[in-house]
Design a protein around this ligand. Structure first.
Ligand SMILES: [Zn+2]
Length: 168
């Protein structure tokens, strides 16, 4: 690790701290040549195996760029995308495997994207899951509708906790 100030090729660790979530270690380093201090962040590497067989490091930026197109014209901000990518990374790390294929990453994106914007979700799912007919869209939309109805029914129950009425 080169010193960012004088480009000296060595540095001494003066302090190490694990982040709250345990996913990274922050090290405070000092350059023996210019004596200036800088910080490095160390995370466990997470690899993605692409369909071509090529392995590359997991990247939140790649998640964001993969999802951005599906979010065009939708009320989704850059912050939303960054948060989505963070959730995807957390979910991927939680699987405990150091190597995942690109398909699994895509599956992991679907859940948080659906919570973010359902239209973007349908767009992404249609490409990702290779919808090839209107029936595929219809099935996905019906599933969303059904879950909306269930969510609505559940919130109705909660809004009337003292109610003794029953339906049917
Ligand atoms: Zn230096």
């Amino acid at each position: 690790m080169h010193c960012p100030f004088c480009r000296h090729s060595d540095s001494r660790v003066v302090d190490s701290r694990t982040s709250d979530d345990g996913a990274s270690i922050r090290r405070r380093r000092q350059c023996p040549q210019c004596n200036r201090r800088f910080t490095t962040l160390e995370t466990a590497s997470l690899s993605v195996v692409k369909r071509s067989g090529v392995t590359e490091p997991f990247s939140r930026a790649k998640v964001v760029s993969g999802v951005r197109k599906a979010c065009q014209g939708r009320p989704v901000s850059e912050d939303d995308l960054a948060l989505l990518a963070q959730r995807v990374e957390e979910a991927v790390r939680a699987t405990g495997s150091a190597e995942l294929d690109a398909y699994e990453i895509g599956l992991t994106i679907l859940g948080p994207l659906r919570e973010l914007d359902e239209v973007a979700y349908l767009r992404f799912a249609s490409v990702y899951q290779a919808f090839d007919s209107l029936d595929d869209f219809e099935a996905a939309i019906n599933l969303l509708r059904m879950e909306h109805a269930q969510a609505l029914a559940a919130s109705d129950d909660e809004s009337a906790p003292g109610s003794t009425e029953s339906i049917g």
